[in-house]
Design a protein around this ligand. Structure first.
Ligand code: ATP
Length: 558
């Protein structure tokens, strides 16, 4: 098979925009590939030479690509750079240069797809000293045999910029159309791909023997696509997505990690299937020391915490750990994480993907030895009514978590995002800036402090209440704005006091998040925030700058 056939398919794909048309073009090409090619050549259709779970790249910079063009076509580098400044697209420059060479009659032997694949693989694998020069020679060698279109797509492949719009879903559709064209076929192909993350494996299984995908199994060490959540608008909605009763869990604000154990090794993958074991030696050790089992795949959230206070830190604070490759030990110390394990999909040689969630949960509770600030099983409660669910949601927010996850007790581990398995519920991201107009004293540990605040929006020069908020501030002043600090500020501006409630001048502005806004006769604005939480004290704002009643009305409509 000639590489030219790939170049033609790329060209056709780049000329249509619809998913259906693209899948049709690919389906007929895949039939050709079955007859005359090799399964792994399918990677070329998404611009790669290895399975999708392998996140390495060709390592060809723009500069190296321009150098290769100069070398291949025997022209000065400055000239190539000059056309790049004009055209801005290395693929098009390669096409033009290959065309010029053809006019001079210099085109040589044709390019076989196999040769291209093997050479691209070499370029992909080479690392270390001298690798740039070797890459350069290999690229120039390919170009010296390439037609115009071949040259264009070779360069685009190497620069990871194929521009043909073939996402994984389209290739699944194309495989379905070509080899098992019905709903059941599509489901099986998608499931096999979600397990393998390797189109060559799926393609090969579909086109050999009886086309059965049974042999594609989950294997620790090979990353799998995770179960994703559907957004719930409120608690009722969450129950309707996941059924009643459902499991409610804290939603931790960290990053997802899948921890695999096999042959005594622990390997970690992100949600995008990148391997990050080296970046997280602390998590590797936690899994090694506190989880029993010969082999397994755990689904977890790693969450940063403050070394001094022990409280969770937002994702942004620790996100740098994912990509930093140096000074790992210092990062482990400065930005420690705790692992919350919330699911398991493989255990001691057996896939648990079809087991109901409640059984998988029982297993994690059994095999994990919890250790504070190191590893624990996610906080969970099985709930069958709205009232209790609201309480649990509030508890999660009060604990400083992001919201709640809701899971169907009977649900299998359905990879991807489908209704019926897992939902997420968190407050609206957009904060409102509101002014405190009154407050109530707390009790128990918080006695003596004003700990619940009546907050108001602005309507002309009036302030209208939109609710009462009591979560979000800190107990200790080292942790951020505290109840004590706000109490001091409010006490200076009290205008009246009755029992445990004070009214204050509208001076202290706070940013507040919330789940939703409802109409309510209880407050003077006629609206009430549901599940409000203070995110920041805003000393930089005054009452004139706060959210208006009109904004509240708009937000309520949304
Ligand atoms: P999504 O993962 O749904 O595409 P996203 O990346 O924007 O969306 P969120 O909207 O924050 O993430 O919600 C889902 C994520 O929440 C999960 O992917 C997981 O990383 C995280 N998470 C935190 N706690 C849990 C938990 N107890 N169970 C499942 N997932 C959890």
């Amino acid at each position: 098979m000639r590489y030219e056939e790939f170049a033609q398919v790329y060209e056709k794909l780049s000329n249509v925009s619809g998913k259906i048309e693209k899948a049709e073009i690919l389906a007929s090409f895949l039939k050709e590939l079955k007859a005359r090619g090799k399964p792994e050549w399918i990677y070329l259709l998404r611009g790669g030479v290895v399975p999708e779970y392998d996140s390495r790249e060709f390592g060809v910079s723009r500069q190296l690509a321009l150098k290769a063009l100069a070398k291949a076509y025997g022209i000065k580098q400055e000239k190539v750079i000059e056309s790049f400044t004009k055209i801005g697209d290395i693929g098009l420059i390669a096409e033009e240069l290959a065309g010029k060479r053809k006019q001079t009659g210099l085109t040589s032997t044709r390019l076989e797809a196999g040769k291209v694949f093997e050479t691209l693989r070499k370029i992909f694998i080479i690392t270390g000293k001298g690798s740039v020069d070797r890459k350069l020679a290999l690229i120039a060698e390919l170009l010296s045999h390439a037609t115009e279109k071949e040259a264009k797509y070779l360069m685009r492949t190497l620069l990871a910029d194929l521009r043909i719009g073939v996402a994984g879903g389209i290739l699944v559709d194309a495989l379905t159309k070509a080899f098992q064209d019905d709903e059941e076929g599509k489901r099986k192909i998608q499931e096999a791909y979600d397990l393998a993350n390797d189109f060559a494996l799926v393609f090969s299984a579909l086109t050999r023997g009886n086309g059965s995908l049974e042999g594609i199994r989950m294997k620790p060490g090979v990353p799998v696509n995770p179960l994703l959540a559907v957004k719930a608008d409120n608690i009722e909605d969450a129950f309707s997505i996941c059924g009643k009763p459902a499991a409610f869990e804290y939603k931790y604000d960290g990053f997802r990690l899948m921890a695999h154990k096999f042959e005594g090794k622990i390997v970690l993958f992100t949600r995008r299937l990148e391997e990050v074991s080296k970046q997280f030696p602390d998590v590797v050790a936690a899994v090694k020391n506190y989880v029993a089992g010969e082999s397994f795949i755990l689904d977890c959230e790693a969450v940063g915490y403050d070394v001094k206070t022990g409280k969770p830190r937002p994702f942004e604070a620790v996100s740098q750990r994912i990509h930093r490759k140096h000074n790992i030990e210092k990062l482990v110390k400065d930005l420690p994480v705790v692992l919350h394990v919330f699911d398991i999909i493989y255990y001691n040689g057996k896939s648990l993907i079809d087991e109901p969630f409640k059984e998988r949960r029982k297993l994690i509770e059994k095999i994990i030895r919890e250790k504070e600030k190191v590893i624990n099983v996610s906080v969970l409660k099985i709930i069958d009514n709205e009232k209790e669910a609201e309480k649990f949601y509030q508890r999660a927010l009060d604990a400083g978590e992001e919201g709640v996850m809701i899971k169907s007790l009977e649900g299998r581990y359905q990879q991807g995002r489908k209704v019926g398995y897992m939902a997420k519920l968190k407050p609206e991201v957009k904060d409102l800036d509101l002014v405190i107009v009154g407050a109530e004293y707390g009790t128990g540990k918080r006695a003596g402090w004003l700990t619940s605040y009546y907050v108001a929006c602005r309507s002309g020069d009036k302030f209208l209440e939109v609710g009462k908020v009591s979560s979000g501030l800190k107990e200790k002043k080292e942790e951020g704005t505290s109840y004590e600090e706000i109490t001091h500020l409010l006490k200076k501006i009290v205008t009246s006091e009755e029992k445990h409630v004070v009214r204050v001048q509208p001076k202290i502005v706070v940013s507040v998040t919330y789940q939703n806004i409802q109409k309510s006769p209880e407050y003077s604005s006629k609206y009430a925030l549901r599940f409000p939480r203070i995110t920041h004290y805003r000393p930089d704002r005054n009452a004139r700058d706060i959210t208006s009643l009109h904004d509240i009305e708009q937000a309520a409509k949304r």
